[in-house]
Design a protein around this ligand. Sequence first.
Ligand code: SF4
Ligand code: SF4
Length: 97
Amino acid sequence: MDYWRKPLDIDKYEITHGAIHIIIDRCKGCNFCIEFCPKKVLEVSNEFNVKGYHPPMVADQAGCVACKLCELICPEFAIYVTEDKHMAISKKEPHED
Ligand code: SF4
Ligand code: SF4
């Protein structure tokens, strides 16, 4: 949302940043998280997961405001966000050999 002027008390507030965690092998490639992220933080990756889908990847980590919409909307519980100012993390589920 763009304001027509800078709020007078803007210095009192800090923008929350999110660390995005993607459990790659749970993803079914529906792209809901990518489509609905209000900050356009996520993109489809070229990588394949074990199911043969392209999971999301973080394209703009600094843009994440930790709204957690992606976490709420994911039907596979494959993405979650913690409030953090550090780097995004992607991880694979452990597999039994
Ligand atoms: S927490 Fe919000 S801003 Fe961050 S990636 Fe998810 S939907 Fe986008
Ligand atoms: S919403 Fe979940 S299942 Fe769908 S693409 Fe995003 S991480 Fe994968």
